[in-house]
Design a binder for this molecule. Sequence first.
Ligand code: HEC
Ligand code: HEC
Ligand code: HEC
Ligand code: HEC
Ligand code: HEC
Ligand code: HEC
Ligand code: HEC
Ligand code: HEC
Ligand code: HEC
Length: 369
Amino acid sequence: MTSRNRYHHKIGLIAAGALVLLLSILVTSPASAGKPAQETEKYCLQCHSDPNLKMTLPSGETLSLFISQDVLNHSIHSPLGIECEACHTDITTYPHPAISYQSKRELSRVYYKSCEKCHSANYEKTLDSMHASAATGGNLEAPVCTDCHGSHNVQKPDEPRTLISETCSKCHGQIVDTYKQSVHGMALISEDNKDVPVCTDCHGVHNIQDPRTIQFRVQSPELCAGCHANQDLMAKYGLSADVYSIYKRSWHGVDVSVYKARWPTIWHDSAVCTDCHGIHDIRKTTDPESKVNPKNLLQTCKQCHPTAGPNWADAWTGHNEISLERTPILYYVEVFYSSFTPFVLWVCVIYVILQIVRSIVDRVRRSMP
Ligand code: HEC
Ligand code: HEC
Ligand code: HEC
Ligand code: HEC
Ligand code: HEC
Ligand code: HEC
Ligand code: HEC
Ligand code: HEC
Ligand code: HEC
């Protein structure tokens, strides 16, 4: 066959196919519809492009079976040629196999497994997540792939970046509302700031763990340090990048480190960053609603130091290095100790050396005849 002939042959086939399609739509009942070798999408959409196609599930819910060509075209999978049969592997023709679910929710929880075929790494991660354990515990509202990504209209999940918190807000609306008022959330929403954390920076995505465990708590200062100890990043906002290193040397920081290293399974209330600053409601320190604003600071300390008097917070140096201007008394105390301690040590060393010399001299004298 010449290529020209082959071409004509193809046209002929397509024309014949189209005719069969048309006939099957116009003449035959769905039960006898046939499927051409390829073009699954066209085949399935013969029936599923009907906006009125629906079925009643055993639960009594009505399920619309309408699949919009327009929505499909915008899905990230469409240009890659991923069509119906890539996900609906067990439906190839009509009549379809018997369904294995009772309700809409169960439908999602059965069909989402089709994502595993091509995204197995993410699939594995989700099995290990807090969301999966909530489902195992009987909470079927816990999300699967399609709750966050959709099924026929999958989009880039992080463009724009605000889409991430919107995705979580379907079920964690209150936390997202709080976050939107925080210094991080406001920067994200108002200026599309890429430097501030979104939900998934702190919680991860597919393997979200329970953030209320001891492990999460004692690791949380490092989470903040990821950005707040970064000199270049903090300089952009005129913020100190020493908050973490100074925290680590503070009573609270040392206390937390000691517990983390020695007693990792014992809950200890020494303050981590979020105890003073809040979690989803972190604000600028100058904001009157900030938990560390001078107006509210004592109250914040009192969560854990209930007997703290009115001057308690003043006696604390915060994230500042001790300095002559801010804390003159502490400054002189420190100067005193930092010169006095080495002085005492040197005196001791000289004393010990003299003792040794003395004992050697004594011994030599005694051994002389
Ligand atoms: C000839 C018409 C027709 C064609 C072609 C068709 N369907 Fe259906 N589909 C239906 C009808 C009618 C239902 C309602 C339930 C039933 O009758 O089985 C349905 C139900 C479904 C359902 C929900 C029930 C279930 O099995 O979970 C899915 C999913 C589905 N179709 C996918 C597909 C896919 C994928 C294709 C292409 C491979 C396809 N359909 C081709 C008519 C059709
Ligand atoms: C990327 C995978 C994927 C592709 C491609 C896909 N589906 Fe689906 N489909 C699903 C999943 C997952 C569900 C379960 C519904 C959910 O959780 O949103 C579903 C549900 C359905 C349903 C039940 C009604 C509904 O909307 O929930 C029908 C009907 C259906 N698909 C038909 C089709 C047809 C026809 C095509 C091709 C034109 C197609 N699907 C392409 C994954 C896919
Ligand atoms: C037949 C293979 C296949 C199946 C099945 C499949 N995908 Fe995909 N998906 C891909 C490919 C290929 C890409 C584009 C390459 C990439 O970014 O990983 C993609 C891209 C994506 C993206 C965008 C990734 C990005 O970097 O922005 C998301 C989200 C996604 N898929 C979710 C799903 C979900 C949810 C399901 C199940 C309903 C699913 N996929 C089923 C192959 C598949
Ligand atoms: C709780 C919501 C949620 C669930 C459940 C979820 N995802 Fe995601 N997924 C996201 C978000 C949000 C992003 C973007 C993350 C970011 O940029 O920080 C993402 C990113 C992705 C990406 C692109 C980046 C990458 O890791 O390759 C793919 C592909 C993807 N998800 C597939 C899946 C699949 C498959 C499942 C089910 C096994 C799933 N997701 C379950 C919310 C979710
Ligand atoms: C479809 C609903 C849904 C979506 C979407 C969703 N979650 Fe969840 N999430 C849940 C449910 C249900 C639980 C389990 C609650 C429980 O058992 O108390 C949960 C639990 C959690 C937990 C553990 C703490 C807790 O309360 O148990 C975290 C953290 C979490 N989700 C973060 C996220 C993040 C981040 C996103 C967005 C990427 C997200 N979730 C999207 C429903 C959802
Ligand atoms: C800067 C880091 C950070 C960001 C950003 C963040 N979280 Fe959290 N989240 C935490 C910490 C730390 C905890 C643990 C709180 C505790 O000890 O009770 C937590 C707790 C949670 C919990 C469980 C406890 C509760 O309060 O119900 C959920 C659910 C949750 N976050 C969801 C989200 C969602 C949704 C977003 C996005 C809007 C988000 N988080 C953004 C750090 C963060
Ligand atoms: C992904 C990077 C990132 C992470 C993680 C992060 N932050 Fe931030 N944070 C920023 C940036 C950037 C700003 C400045 C935003 C602005 O001013 O618009 C900021 C601002 C702040 C401010 C306000 C400072 C002021 O007075 O202006 C506080 C307080 C703060 N963060 C505390 C925390 C704490 C506590 C954590 C950990 C639970 C944390 N941040 C995690 C990036 C981060
Ligand atoms: C015991 C309470 C407490 C703890 C714990 C704490 N902070 Fe603070 N933080 C404050 C107070 C009070 C201020 C405002 C006065 C100051 O700057 O010292 C502040 C200020 C800040 C600022 C603004 C700095 C600037 O340049 O204006 C940032 C950012 C910050 N803290 C982040 C953190 C991070 C990250 C951690 C954990 C590594 C942390 N804080 C732990 C109480 C605390
Ligand atoms: C989440 C609880 C918590 C918060 C909030 C907190 N602390 Fe503490 N703090 C502790 C614990 C626990 C210790 C260790 C006590 C011990 O080891 O005996 C401690 C120790 C201290 C110490 C040294 C030991 C002592 O008791 O004299 C000082 C000073 C101190 N905190 C000041 C503050 C100040 C100022 C604030 C508010 C800006 C604050 N703390 C907020 C839990 C907290």
